[in-house]
Design a binder for this molecule. Structure first.
Ligand code: PMP
Length: 403
């Protein structure tokens, strides 16, 4: 196990004079705190003895039912019996890895991919093989070729781990016409698809994308979570799995933690039942859209011609590719950091998002937390803050750890 690049940066990125484009923390200050407080206080007063007790390892049945309603927004028709509540989708991923992976198994992922997923796969001694991705997400042809090559080499490929919608870290989305092709390629090769979808409801245009799981219930384990759409501090996520896999997940969850926080589960359930959550999703989408726009405008204004970057239609992240020869980690050396910090900006260097050393001249920029003025200031090559931008009053405390 190794410390992730994101975590190593966190201590520095939280200094108030630094514009942090590094962390992936949702802006929970956009939540109506009085409504949250009311929900929790009613929960304790009305259902305290249940909310404060142990619960079952599969999760609260009422919440699982409600989660099925949430997944229906992405075209998924599921039974609460096949939902397992987890401690964020991070735990769901760890449990899936625990029950499927043996040392030396291959896991296919996008290139780049979610850094903490790489840590999970490494902890289970699996080998990650990347599949190329472009602005429309995973390349199905390259996926088929990779599967054929690995089969010919006698390798056991256990799963494709994919974040198909508003990906972390690249911000790209798997195009609708590619979705079936990706699942078919995996089905032909007998490879499970793990669809990690924490950002799917945070699209900036139109209706949510149809999940891979919606059209392939037997081929896909779907991971969902409330951290980005409600509050990460409650740590409520879930896995939706075919029945045989679900049974194993429940056993794995039981040995990992005995019981979830019943309080957190019932708080989420009650919030969704009593508050206008769809309106809250709109508030988040608007907030992040405005910040995405600020970041894309700043990049267009400031970057040299031979830099390129993604244009996310939702989620939290832009992936920036600088000219060959630039080492984005060297721009942010360990003890922080002559150049980038003199410019008072933090970001995550690209190499940590690959298992094979790619990404030297790449980096992840997140726009989810700073204000548009701070984003503009962070992207610009200035040594001093622009007048009026990024004053102390604009800097909020950053509890917790970025994703
Ligand atoms: N998957 C992806 C792609 C993520 O970006 C994150 C959080 N950064 C997670 C899973 C884990 O999220 P959580 O455990 O908070 O649901």
């Amino acid at each position: 196990m190794v410390a992730s690049e994101v975590r190593a940066l966190f201590a520095v990125a939280s200094r108030p004079e630094i514009v942090s484009l590094a962390g992936g923390m949702p802006d929970v200050s956009a939540l109506p705190m009085d409504a949250v407080a009311q929900t929790m206080s009613e929960l304790v007063l009305q259902r305290g003895p249940v909310a404060l007790q142990y619960g079952g390892a599969q999760g609260d049945p009422g919440l699982r039912e409600r989660i099925c309603g949430v997944m229906a927004m992405e075209g998924i028709d599921a039974s609460p019996d096949n939902v397992v509540v987890t401690v964020g989708s991070q735990q769901a991923l760890d449990l899936v890895a625990r029950i499927f992976l043996d040392p030396a198994d291959v896991v296919l992922t996008e290139a780049p991919t979610y850094v903490t997923a790489l840590n999970v796969f490494a902890a289970h001694q699996a080998q990650v093989v990347h599949v190329p991705m472009d602005d429309d997400g995973l390349d199905p042809q390259a996926l088929s070729e990779t599967l054929t090559r690995l089969a010919a080499a006698g390798r056991t490929v256990k799963m494709l781990y994919t974040v198909p919608t508003f990906q972390n870290p690249a911000g790209v989305t798997l195009a609708g016409e590619r979705r079936g092709l990706v699942v078919q390629a995996c089905r032909r090769a007998g490879v499970l698809v793990v669809e990690d979808n924490p950002y799917g409801l945070l699209g900036f245009d139109g209706e949510p994308m149809r999940a891979l799981r919606a059209d392939a219930p037997d081929d896909v384990v779907y991971l969902g979570s409330f951290p980005k759409t409600l509050a990460p501090g409650l740590r409520v996520g879930w896995a939706l799995a075919p029945p045989a896999v679900k049974d194993r997940l429940v056993l794995a969850a039981e040995s990992a933690m005995l019981s979830h926080s019943v309080f957190a589960q019932l708080a989420v359930d009650r919030y969704l039942a009593t508050q206008p959550w769809p309106e809250q999703l709109k508030v988040f989408r608007e907030l992040y859209r405005e910040r995405r726009d600020a970041m894309l405008s700043a990049l267009a204004a400031e970057m040299p011609e031979d830099a390129s970057w993604t244009r996310p239609a939702g989620g939290f992240f832009v992936w920036l590719r600088l000219p060959e020869g630039i080492d984005t980690r060297a721009m942010l050396p360990r003890a922080m950091l002559p150049r980038a910090v003199a410019a008072r900006v933090a970001y995550v260097p690209g190499r940590g998002f690959y298992a094979d050393g790619q990404g030297r001249n790449e980096l992840r920029l997140s726009y989810c937390f700073p204000s548009p003025a701070r984003i503009t200031q962070g992207v610009a090559p200035r040594r001093d803050p622009a007048p009026g931008a990024g004053t102390a009053g604009d800097v909020r405390p950053r509890p917790g750890r970025p994703g």
